[in-house]
Design a protein around this ligand. Structure first.
Ligand SMILES: *Cc1c(COP(=O)(O)O)cnc(C)c1O
Length: 242
């Protein structure tokens, strides 16, 4: 009895969720930053080895500015037109923003995408490689490129099948002269993500790729454990998308 009372009293009353109560902070950001730092510690990884991409799709400048003010500089958008409508003005105010395209890229939007984005996570077909190579010749910009894998081989999802990944990466490099920085994946929603993250990491390693864009609001901690270098977190930072 005495023992268990002492044990209870001795337990520090630290609430992991205390930051949810901090009303003035952008909803969720502090909790996400804390969880990213914790996942890095648990995986014995340097916090600087993981880039937190704040996915601001569907949110307007009013929602984004507090997140910039809180120190975030890397943002993700999934549509070129939407990003074009809201980011140039924000970027003229905050000069050190890095903008990542995480959604599908139509070849006819490649010019605008190369002009606006610092990274493209959705390289998924030869025709896009060709369009990117063309833009790289005409624009003095080289966004960081990620090949998107369809790790679950889901018919409705974009991305290269795992079995095609090695030859696709080779053709990006040899045929199109593109420097590929890493791989991106979105595991099937209803499965445990770890095996898909592991598969992505394995394909990256054997192709000499060091960057892994994997992990979203629901699973970024697991992704960090499995080696993610870029986590794409939207709703956990900004709240639910309307
Ligand atoms: C929307 C989106 C995210 C962020 O999703 P959340 O569950 O809101 O964190 C990450 N990656 C891609 C490709 C997305 O389209």
């Amino acid at each position: 009895m005495e023992r268990s009372r002492n044990w209870l009293i001795g337990t520090p009353m630290v609430s992991e969720n205390a930051s949810h109560l901090t009303e003035h902070l952008p909803s969720g950001l502090a909790a996400v930053e804390e969880a990213v730092a914790r996942a890095c510690r648990e995986a014995r990884r340097d916090r600087a080895s993981v880039t937190l991409i704040a996915v601001s799709k569907t949110f307007d400048a009013e929602a984004i500015v507090p997140v910039i003010a809180a120190g975030r500089r890397v943002f993700g958008e999934n549509r070129v037109q939407e990003a074009k409508a809201k980011w140039p003005e924000l970027m003229s105010t905050y000069s050190d923003i890095s903008l990542h395209l995480i959604g599908p890229l139509q070849s006819n939007k490649t010019r605008e995408a190369v002009a606006l984005f610092d990274a493209i996570h959705s390289v998924d077909r030869p025709s896009l490689c060709e369009a990117l190579a063309r833009e790289f010749r005409s624009q003095a910009r080289r966004p960081q490129l990620f090949v998107q894998l369809n790790t679950g081989e889901e018919p409705q999802k974009a991305g290269i099948a795992p079995t095609e990944a090695d030859s696709f990466i080779a053709s990006c490099r040899e045929k199109y002269g593109l420097e590929i920085s890493g791989l991106m994946c979105i595991p099937p929603v209803n499965d445990a993500p770890a095996p898909y993250f592991a598969l992505t990491a394995k394909i990256a390693a054997r192709n000499g790729l060091t960057n892994l864009s994997m992990g979203m609001s629901a699973d970024f901690a697991v992704a960090i454990q499995m080696g993610a270098t870029h986590v794409r977190v939207g709703s956990a930072i900004f709240g639910h998308r309307g």
